[in-house]
Design a protein around this ligand. Sequence first.
Ligand code: URA
Length: 302
Amino acid sequence: MAVSASDMSPQALAALLSFYADSGIGELCEDAAIDRFEQSAALAQARAQSQQQRPTGAPSSSNGETTQRPLSSAPAERPRATAQPVTPAPQASQLTIPGEAAFEDARALAASAGSIPELRAALDGFTGCNLRHSAKTLVFADGNPEADVMFIGEAPGREEDIQGAPFVGRAGQLLDRMLAAIGLTRETAYITNMIPWRPPGNRTPAPHEIELCRPFIERHVALAAPKIVVMLGNVASKSLLGTDKGILSLRGTWMEYEAGGNRIPALPTLHPAYLLRNPAQKRLVWADLLSLQERIEQLRSG
Ligand code: URA
């Protein structure tokens, strides 16, 4: 028997809505109707076209799909948007399926950015990552791009997707407290994520999504040129440091991250969202924060 919303108590309705939100359903109604039949027809057509255009022996992505964008589309010809929120998701006819061309496009776009605002515009114009189609906004960065310390998290969550800024939800509030504990604020730190679009339902980003976004985060670190990089959690630590080791064995050990020809001291530590689920592990992060504070003091005094 179907239950109508009018039969439900306000509490039950609120619980249902928050269940939907936790499941990744952030918007129950779009501003305009979406024709899913048209979308899947366009997708099928794009696949068929790219199968025809791909020369024999040309590489295809691991899921067998290829991009519908020709390899020759030069970065300079891409539309560049600068304003928030992110450029609206492409219509069905523009849907892009990640293929080798998307990876090449990501590398070319990231390399072409000569400043942080240009990098943001390049990301905003990059349509090769499927996550941008389900996200509401591009979550680029927050804080001071000239700060000595750059923090890199995983990917935006629901609150970040709504507000268009990283670490503004519960994990972000804990990150702010972690920063404050060692005398940092968002004026003296720079904060971003590996992935700038929210994965649906806050799932862990897929390996191909991390690889597609990697050129942008690498360029981001090179352009910001921080004196210290702090990787928050498994995804940022493993993918930026190029290791299979888990965060519990990586955390607290100073390493080096190479960006823009510079070797930058890098500290992997636990992600604040993990600490919210495992508060007993805060003592480990406290040790990492003290170590970070010591490095910052050394920097400032030397
Ligand atoms: N978790 C992250 O890794 N990044 C955010 O911005 C928010 C939560």
